[in-house]
Ligand binder design. Structure first.
Ligand code: ZN
Ligand code: ZN
Length: 357
């Protein structure tokens, strides 16, 4: 099968033939890959920005969607079958015994056995066939294409989980800073979940894209225009609100000034959700937190249960998953495009569906 691997850090992906996996663990399913999303984390991994010990040529990618073509005995026992259309989170080999696994917080399992995370500590999904853990998989509705589905299994799941983590009642004002691959999905989920949504970016293209969506934010802010005008515009969304500002703000970018911006537009007693992963430390001054009683909370991808809820939610609402597709042979171009200033939406590797084992 054809696969895109990197052989050492900071080197471009190399597309070449590698064997199709034949030995499956009981919990594994082999997919004929239909589509594989390209995530910012893939770039961090390729460029050495994640704690990865590269022991072998690594196939990148962790947002797969495809058709089940083989499966281990546990996967079969739990009702999965050949021919099923699925997507999967990147987690592989949950231990099943740690306190987080027992409590259903599988995304926090720290003992992922002989697997780990796709494209980081085990082979990823930029390949014509890929292995996933059936416990990470969600069956796709017939109406959802692989290209639409793939970005939901990291970018989408991350934003959906962050919105749930904010624990806000319907009607609350929820802001999302960063309207890129993650944020453009997050604003649509939040709006269809009944929130008053404020989208923020400091670039023209993502703001225009967000405004064009059927589920466009109620208010789009350009961070370059400063906090004062932003605060006024947010206050106008609900003049009756005792304390103006966002009830919760999800920072979905790793641009350091955006965290302070998020804090500045939060209401008193508000919640800041950290999703962006900057290489540098995030600077907070105590006065930003103490005098406004601000809660700061991190959010990590999503549990399979929450991911399943997301897929069901997206199937019922007019969520537009804005993608640009690439062929596997064009991954180098895809990496190049990710670093262009006009970048918007989500990049996805789309596979031919005619290849055979
Ligand atoms: Zn990701
Ligand atoms: Zn565990």
């Amino acid at each position: 099968m054809r696969a895109a691997l990197f052989e050492s850090f900071n080197q471009p992906y190399v597309v070449k033939d590698v064997p199709v996996p034949t030995e499956l663990h009981p919990y594994q399913m082999l997919l004929r890959t239909g589509a594989a999303g390209f995530c910012h984390t893939d770039e961090l991994i390729r460029t050495g920005g994640m704690p990865v010990s590269l022991k072998h040529d690594l196939i990148g990618g962790h947002e797969p969607a495809g058709t089940v073509v083989d499966l281990g005995e546990d996967a079969a026992k739990y009702g999965w079958h050949i021919g099923q259309r699925v997507g999967a989170l990147g987690y592989m080999g949950y231990c099943g015994t740690c306190p987080d696994c027992k409590d259903g917080r599988l995304n926090y399992c720290t003992k992922l056995s002989d697997g780990g995370f796709l494209g980081m500590s085990c082979q990823g999904v930029f390949s014509e066939y890929c292995l996933v853990d059936y416990r990470s998989a969600v069956e796709l509705p017939d109406t959802m294409s692989f290209v639409e589905a793939a970005p939901l299994f990291c970018a989408g799941a991350t934003m959906y989980n962050a919105i749930l983590t904010a624990k806000q009642p319907q009607g609350a004002i929820l802001g999302i800073v960063g309207l890129g691959a993650l944020g453009h999905l997050g604003v649509q989920f939040a709006k269809s979940m009944g929130y008053v949504v404020v989208g923020v970016d400091a670039r023209d293209e993502p703001i225009e894209l967000a405004k064009s969506l059927k589920l466009a934010p109620h208010l789009c802010l350009d961070a370059r225009e400063g906090v004062e005008s932003a605060t006024k515009a947010i206050a106008a969304l609900n003049p009756e609100k005792p304390f103006p500002g966002l009830d919760a703000c999800i920072v979905a970018t790793d641009w350091i000034p955006s965290f302070q911006y998020g804090l500045d537009i939060l209401t008193r007693h508000g919640t800041l959700i950290v999703v962006g992963q900057p290489a540098e430390k995030i600077p907070f001054h105590f006065s930003d937190l103490i005098f406004k009683d601000i809660t700061v909370k991190g959010s990590l991808l999503a549990s399979p249960e929450n991911c399943k809820a997301l897929i069901e939610h997206v199937a019922l609402h007019p969520v537009e998953i804005k993608v640009k597709t690439y062929k596997l042979d064009d991954v180098t171009e895809m990496v190049h495009d990710l670093h262009q200033p006009g970048m918007k939406g989500k990049f996805v590797v789309e596979f031919e569906q005619t290849q055979v084992l």
